[in-house]
Design a protein around this ligand. Structure first.
Ligand code: PLP
Length: 420
């Protein structure tokens, strides 16, 4: 065992793995789509390091932007002060988000972007003296690991020890295969007491890349809109091109009141959460009365290094070349699926833009499915990081992945399916 791994095992608490038996692989450097280990392995990162990486690892433009910014100003308080990297990022986001969005609020990660969104939605009604308390979410939802974000998500193994401490939320059936039930539940639940409706648009990532159509989401949003419910789109995973468009909500007729953004915003370099808010919500806070201010702020709000990374990453993302990459990956997935032989053991195949998912037929479906380790090991033996979501194998690659690298992934998946 190399010295790094030994110290790691003694002193570091890793997320998600049971503590006993956890064997992290020490990464020496990461470049492009590959993670290089101390043992000389070159592992293809086909899941964008928990869905954050966009342009490949250690991209020279983003790295340079961070180091230039670090030489000028590493971090300053963002209460009562501002800076150019934050202002530049706000300008870019205003250009690509729908028109009603008029302000962005900075925080640190996806979970906090959701916390802020929920708190804003609740305070929006509070500031107007209206008693709206109910929140509606989708079955199977995942919105993060903090208490608020856990509350608006499915109760499962992630939340089990904390369920008694989570606030109550009304869940509607996941709208795929159950469209009419989902719509009926929404009609039944939405009332003058509903504060907010939160959803992962078109793809529920952690649930196993579960997908549903824009048409049904639009119908759900229509119902919510009739009662002026605050609609919150959690685009933490789907944002920045993953679904083939800049945002999954770009497939919709309706425009949400609040967007939660994180992961890909900095290209996968530094943590940052953004809650983008529409003018309608902003207006309820735009008063001199201090009791109506939004008392929420993290120490590293609008960290200039993270903003510099985001500005460089957004610059790259908006180039014609990167947009063509997104299109190319989507087309490669489609071509693979067109010739895909439905072998035994497969429950469903799903694709939206650059995300491809294959759900296996198992008796213990879900995140803790026994087949998870077998899938992980099979691909890692081939130096492919395809970390499954339980019984769901998926590809969610950095956009610089080549067609030859995609082909390698498809072939390995075929090989694995052949073992079922
Ligand atoms: C849809 C969604 N929301 C929120 C989060 C939480 O983000 P973070 O892990 O950055 O707190 C995730 C993370 O996977 C996510 O997929």
């Amino acid at each position: 065992m190399n010295p790094i791994e030994r110290v790691d095992r003694e002193n570091i608490w890793h997320p998600f793995s049971p503590m006993a038996g956890n064997k992290p692989i020490a990464v020496k450097k990461a470049k492009g789509v590959y993670l290089h280990t101390y043992e000389g392995r070159k592992i293809m990162d086909a899941v964008s390091s928990w869905w954050v990486n966009v342009h490949g690892h250690s991209h020279p433009k983003v790295s340079k932007a961070i180091s230039r910014q670090a030489a000028k100003m590493e971090h300053v308080i963002f209460a009562g002060f501002t800076h150019k990297p934050a202002v530049d990022l706000s300008k870019t986001l205003m250009k690509i988000l729908p028109d009603p969005i008029s302000k962005i609020f900075f925080s640190d990660n996806g979970s906090t972007s959701v916390e802020v969104a929920i708190k804003l939605a609740i305070q929006y009604w509070y500031n107007q003296g209206k008693a709206r308390k109910k929140i509606i979410a989708l079955e199977g939802a995942y919105h993060g690991d903090t208490f608020g974000s856990m509350s608006v998500a499915e109760r499962n193994i992630f939340s089990a020890p904390f369920n008694d401490y989570l606030f109550e939320v009304e869940f509607i059936p996941f709208p795929s295969g159950n469209e009419q039930q989902s719509i009926a539940a929404m009609k039944r639940l939405v009332s003058d007491e509903t504060a907010a409706f939160i959803f992962e648009p078109l793809v529920q990532g952690a649930a196993g890349m579960q997908m549903y159509d824009p048409e049904v989401l639009d119908q759900l949003l229509d119902i919510a809109r009739q009662k002026e419910v605050v609609c919150i789109a959690d685009e933490v995973m789907t944002g920045f091109g993953r679904t083939g468009k800049m945002f999954a909500c770009d497939y919709l007729r309706n425009e949400p009141d609040i967007f939660c953004l994180s992961k890909g915003i900095t290209g996968g370099y530094l943590p940052m959460g953004i809650t983008a808010v529409s003018e309608r919500i902003v207006q309820a806070f735009n008063v001199a009365d201090r009791t109506k201010a939004f008392f929420h702020g993290h120490s590293y709000t609008a960290n200039p290094l993270a903003c510099a990374a985001a500005n460089a990453s957004m610059g790259l993302l908006m180039t014609k070349r990167r947009q063509l990459d997104i299109q190319r990956i989507s087309e490669q997935h489609e071509a693979y699926l067109k010739n895909f032989n439905l072998t035994k053991g497969i429950k469903e195949i799903r694709q939206r833009g650059t995300i491809l998912a294959i759900e296996l037929e198992v008796s213990d479906a879900g995140y803790t499915s026994d087949i998870k380790e077998r899938i992980y090991d099979f691909f890692m033996d081939r130096d492919l990081l395809l970390r499954p979501l339980g019984n769901v194998i998926y590809i969610l690659p950095p956009y610089i992945i080549s067609n030859a690298e995609l082909k390698k992934l498809y072939t390995a998946i075929d090989d694995f399916l052949g073992t079922l």
